[in-house]
Design a protein around this ligand. Structure first.
Ligand code: NAP
Length: 261
């Protein structure tokens, strides 16, 4: 899909992988709807991209973990008369530790943002793409989506949901002009681990968000359905297929166990 002159909507565009999507899509000539909670960061990014590439940007600050937020965002796009041709469901965060010791409210928020918002956004924006017979949806999953994660139980489950959901919609839409794509990064150098509050949740060397997004856009152009950037991450994501579920849990549980315990 040629994104030049079309509108892309990116959630979580104020930082990390989402910010990189904004930068690289602007470079390719896309106009942008930038969504996150931090209005100031989005305004600064929008001004820079407009200056550098002439990108038209709409900044929409929104907390997507709140019930009904996706609907509000969709209404704002309708009021602005924007047809979204590329939707990037990227906003997300993780929690780490023993399940019962992590705030229940925080884990609920995690499910709302990582799962419910992705479903709602896709349900709202897909019909317009189908009507126009063209569009694409990138959902950001993770290598966490390939097997359960002890000590990150909710996060792993949300990312498995995103991967399963995206694969299923890829199949449903493969002949209808809308490309679904799952991005499954390994550890990436962003604000993610500051939000988690510990590096115990990080496995292996961290990739740069620039490279993660470059690899994604390249894989999409080749018509792929998902990508795990980095060969080691790819192997790590596949390894559980060759193990029993219990062996996989032992391996991952050993890697993610909180070090202070
Ligand atoms: N970094 C990694 O190692 C890694 C690995 C695999 C997958 N991922 C996935 O990659 C995606 C992007 O994460 P990142 O690594 O780029 O982390 P990040 O730098 O922390 O970025 C997260 C983005 O999500 C936004 N966000 C957080 N809570 C939000 C909310 N309630 N409503 C709307 N926006 C919200 C943040 O903006 P505000 O705070 O301004 O709202 C920020 O723009 C996530 O889905 C994450 O699970 C990351």
């Amino acid at each position: 899909m040629n994104i030049k002159g079309k509108w892309s909507l990116i959630t979580g565009a104020s930082s990390g992988i989402g910010e990189q999507f904004a930068r690289q899509l602007a470079k390719e000539g896309s106009h942008l709807v930038l969504v996150a909670r931090s209005k100031r960061k989005l305004d600064t990014l929008a001004a820079e991209l407009t200056r550098s590439y002439g990108t038209q940007c709409q900044v929409i600050p929104q907390d997507l973990s709140i019930e009904g937020a996706a609907g509000e965002l969709y209404q704002k796009c309708q009021q602005l008369n924007l047809n979204i041709d590329l939707l990037v469901n990227n906003a997300g965060f993780a929690t780490h530790g023993l399940f019962e010791q992590i705030s229940g409210e925080r884990q609920h928020e995690e499910v709302m943002l990582n799962v419910a918002a992705v479903v709602d956004m896709t349900h709202l924006f897909l019909p317009g793409m189908l009507q126009r017979g063209a569009g694409a949806v990138i959902n950001v999953s993770s290598t966490a989506g390939f097997q359960p994660l002890p000590y990150m139980a909710v996060y792993g489950a949300t990312k498995a949901f995103v991967l399963s959901f995206t694969d299923a919609l890829w199949w449903e839409n493969r002949d209808r002009g809308v490309q679904f794509f799952a991005l499954c990064p390994g550890s990436t150098e962003t604000n993610f681990f500051n939000v988690v509050g510990t590096d115990d949740a990080s496995v292996g060397a961290k990739d740069s968000p620039e490279r993660v997004v470059e690899v994604t856009l390249r894989a999409m152009k080749k018509g792929k359905q998902y990508v795990v950037p980095g060969f080691r991450n790819y192997l790590g994501a596949q390894i559980s297929r060759f193990m029993t579920r219990r062996q996989s849990l032992r391996l991952v549980g050993g890697m993610l166990r909180p070090r202070k315990q």
